[in-house]
Design a protein around this ligand. Structure first.
Ligand SMILES: [Cu+2]
Length: 348
C-alpha cells in the first residue's frame, strides 16, 4: 500500500504477494513466491448498498509471487476487495481485504479522472424556456473512446442530476442511450444561468462514480433565491421534511442523516412513502463549490423499514470538507416524486 494511505479520486496500484508456506525461499528470507496465478478482484463498499461492484485489473509484477491491483476509489470510505486466486495445481483460494480510503486530496482536484462527462452538440443559443436536447457522453480519459457499456445502479444506467450553479434549482432524470454511447434527454431550462451537469454512472466493471460537466443557458435571470441559506426544513407539495444528524458532523466521517417526514396538511407523520428506484429515499449532497457530490440511500434493514413506516428515513452520508452543503432528499409519496431541499453547514 502507498505509505501515505489511499485517497479518493486517484488511480493507485496496490501490491500483494502470494507465498507457498510449505516452501522456504532459496535466496531471500521467508517463503517462496507463487508465480503464474490467475487472479480476479471484486471491489465493493459494504456500507453503500446497491452500488455496482468494480472489477479492477490484476497484473503480475516482475518478481514471481508479486501482483498489483489497479484501483480507483470514487470517494472516501470503507472498501472491500475480494480476490480469487487461481493457483496452478491447486484449488482456487479466496481472500478478502478491507481498506480505508481517505477523501480527495485538495492538490489532486485538477487530476484527470479515468472517465469524463462530455456535453456534445450543445447549442450556443440554448435559451431558458425553450425546449432543447441535452446530449452527453462518458469518455475514457486515456483512450478518448466513448463508453457504451454500463452497470445498473438503482435500476438505471444513468442518473442525471442537474443543478443551477447556486444549487437552489435541481432535477434528477434518466436519459436514454443511443448505440454509439450518446445519452440524451429533452429539457427546458428555467432561467438563464450556468448549470452543473452530473452523471452518476458505473462504466461496466469500474464501479459507481459521479462525473461532472456544466452548461451555460441564456435568458432571463433566475427568479428563485440564489443565496445558499441554511435550512433544515424542506417542503414539496404537501410533503414536509425535517433534517437532523444523529451525531455531530465530523469531516470525512460517516454521518447518519435523518429526515422526519410529515403531511404538511394534517401535521401527521408521513409513513406511507413507497420505494422509488429500489430505495426508500434518495439523497444528493452537494458541497457549495459544486464539485463534491455524495449520493446516499438508506440501509435496507428491518430497523430502517420499521422507521420508514413512522415517517423516519435515515441516510448515511459523508462530508469530505468544510463548507455549506445543499441537500436534496427525494421520496415517492402519494403518487408523485417529492424533492425536499435542505442546506447544512459543516464547520472546519
Ligand atoms: Cu436516478
Amino acid at each position: 500500500m502507498p505509505e501515505e494511505g489511499l485517497f479518493a479520486g486517484e488511480e493507485v496500484d496496490v501490491e500483494f504477494r502470494v507465498v507457498d508456506t510449505t516452501q522456504k525461499d532459496a535466496v531471500e528470507e521467508g517463503f517462496k513466491g507463487v508465480g503464474g496465478i490467475e487472479a480476479t478482484a471484486v471491489m465493493t463498499m459494504p456500507s453503500m448498498q446497491g452500488m455496482p461492484e468494480a472489477r479492477p485489473n490484476v497484473h503480475r509484477e516482475g518478481v514471481p509471487g508479486d501482483y498489483g491491483i489497479e484501483l480507483f476509489f470514487p470517494h472516501g470510505g470503507d472498501y472491500q476487495i475480494d480476490l480469487t486466486l487461481g493457483i496452478p495445481g491447486d484449488t482456487p483460494k479466496k481472500i478478502t481485504f478491507k481498506v480505508d480510503v481517505k477523501d480527495e486530496r485538495p492538490a489532486t482536484a485538477a487530476r484527470v479522472q479515468p472517465y469524463q462527462l462530455k456535453v456534445v452538440d450543445w447549442p450556443k443559443t440554448a435559451k431558458a424556456g425553450t425546449p432543447t436536447t441535452l446530449k452527453l457522453q462518458v469518455v475514457d480519459s486515456k483512450t478518448g473512446a466513448v463508453q457504451t457499456k454500463f452497470d445498473l445502479a438503482h435500476e438505471k444506467f444513468f442518473h442525471l442530476l442537474i443543478a443551477s450553479k447556486d444549487l437552489n434549482w435541481f432535477i434528477h432524470e434518466h436519459p436514454e442511450m443511443a448505440p454509439d454511447g450518446t445519452w440524451s434527454i429533452p429539457i427546458t431550462f428555467p432561467a438563464g444561468t450556468d448549470y452543473w451537469v452530473y452523471g452518476d454512472v458505473a462504466p461496466s466493471g469500474k464501479g459507481s462514480r459521479v462525473l461532472i460537466s456544466s452548461v451555460k443557458v441564456a435568458g432571463p435571470k433566475p427568479t428563485w433565491d440564489t443565496k445558499l441559506s441554511l435550512s433544515r426544513t424542506g417542503i414539496d407539495g404537501n410533503l414536509k421534511g425535517l433534517l437532523s444528524t444523529l451525531e455531530p458532523i465530523e469531516i470525512g466521517r460517516k454521518a447518519t442523516i435523518q429526515v422526519k417526514l410529515f403531511d404538511a396538511k394534517t401535521g401527521q407523520p408521513a409513513g406511507d412513502t413507497v420505494k422509488w428506484l429500489g430505495a426508500a429515499g434518495h439523497m444528493m449532497i452537494f458541497h457549495q463549490d459544486g464539485m463534491t457530490v455524495v449520493h446516499s440511500h438508506p440501509a435496507e434493514d428491518e430497523e430502517n423499514a420499521a422507521l420508514v413506516k413512522q415517517g423516519i428515513v435515515r441516510f448515511t452520508g459523508r462530508f469530505p470538507k468544510a463548507g455549506t452543503y445543499k441537500v436534496y432528499a427525494q421520496f415517492d409519496w402519494q403518487g408523485a416524486i417529492r424533492t425536499l431541499p435542505f442546506a447544512v453547514e459543516v464547520k472546519p
